[in-house]
Design a protein around this ligand. Structure first.
Ligand code: DAH
Length: 339
């Protein structure tokens, strides 16, 4: 019996395989119920009592060793297999999924490009601003409701330092440093103290445009607005100007475009009016020009401002404003083709 154990041990040590099926065949040959080692275990009861101890020990060693070898073979075999695959240098690379531009960036770029084609250059200003640039220079009376704590985030209870509530502050910053002609477009983030819901957020984005020169008229403004609306929403788009009020423009207006969903026929989106509001505009108030060191009797200008989220909603029908800041890739990937 000892001889048989010895010869099986040798066989076990020398086991070689070419694939996973062969490992299984060896396991069956040696370790299954009817396998060689199990047979020896059965024969063990015929071993003379005084030899049982030695033979038993050897038999157990054989069984353990066989198990160990089978497991080793399994390990080396799977390792070898994965290494083989990894080492295939001719394999095609995994596709790299590119990121996408954020929808707000896509629309911002489109707006800036349209004004860029009209000769406007981009200007930027700080998001943490002072009262002068956001309110006072723009003709907001000291008790104007827009200065209210409800709307404005102030920094450390200092009533002079605040997060800008609109990008009109960049108008002042540029005009203070530049004499006309001034022709700028100012994209940027703005902040307002609003309860967050599907239609309002405490921060959003605006684009402001400003043109100051000699003899700038409301007709110039209207023509630029029409060009802009057609470029952004299609050549069939119509515009309509409604009188409005902003402290920094006189006269002021709000612009509607013919609803881009129903073409102006009336639908739930435009509340069956055929029109949707997209921006505020007007002739720069002479006080504002004077406040910035530009002679309001010599120069005139127009300004306009719009919310990028609003325009993006009109273009892509995003129902919930919060989607823009949640970074959910399932939402963002939908804009892959618009990049
Ligand atoms: N600043 C205004 C707002 O935040 C938008 C605006 C309206 C900007 C009229 C302008 C303008 O330049 O002329 O609601």
């Amino acid at each position: 019996m000892i001889d048989r154990i010895q010869s099986l041990l040798r066989e076990v040590e020398e086991m070689k395989v070419a694939n996973a099926d062969e490992i299984e065949a060896l396991r069956i040959k040696y370790l299954s119920k009817k396998g060689e080692i199990s047979q020896l275990m059965n024969d063990f009861r015929h071993v003379a009592a005084d030899r049982k101890k030695e033979v038993g020990q050897r038999l157990n060693q054989l069984k353990e060793r066989a198990l160990q070898r089978i497991n080793e073979l399994r390990d080396t075999f799977t390792d070898a297999q994965t290494i083989d695959v990894d080492m295939d240098l001719t394999r095609t690379a995994y596709p790299v999924r590119l990121g996408t531009r954020h929808p707000l960036s896509i629309v911002k770029k489109e707006i800036c490009d349209i004004f860029g084609r009209l000769g406007f250059s981009i200007a930027e200003g700080p998001e943490v601003e002072d009262d002068w640039h956001v309110f006072s220079s723009l003709n907001f009376a000291q008790d104007h409701p827009a200065r209210d704590m409800q709307d404005t985030f102030f920094i450390r209870h200092n009533p002079d330092i605040l997060l800008r509530t609109h990008t009109s502050s960049v108008q002042t910053r540029v005009m203070e440093k530049t004499q006309p002609p001034v022709r700028i477009i100012c994209p940027g983030r703005v902040y307002r103290h609003e309860a967050i819901s599907y239609r309002a957020h405490c921060f959003f984005h605006q684009v402001e445009a400003l043109y100051v020169d000699k003899d700038v008229s409301f007709a110039d403004l209207r023509q630029v607005l029409l060009f802009f609306a057609k470029e952004l929403f299609g050549q069939d788009t119509k515009i309509r100007l409604r009188p409005s009020y902003f402290p920094f423009t006189e006269p002021s207006a709000e612009m509607d475009i013919s609803c881009n969903l129903c073409g102006g026929k009336g639908c739930p989106f435009c509340k069956h009016t055929g029109w949707v509001e997209i921006l505020g505009c007007g002739m720069v108030h002479p006080h504002v020009l004077d406040n910035c060191g530009i002679d309001g009797k010599v120069y005139s200008g127009y300004a306009l401002g719009m919310g990028i989220e609003r325009i993006t909603n009109l273009k892509y029908q995003v129902k919930d404003l919060r989607m823009f800041s949640e970074n959910d890739v399932r939402f963002l990937r939908q804009f892959e083709s618009a990049n």
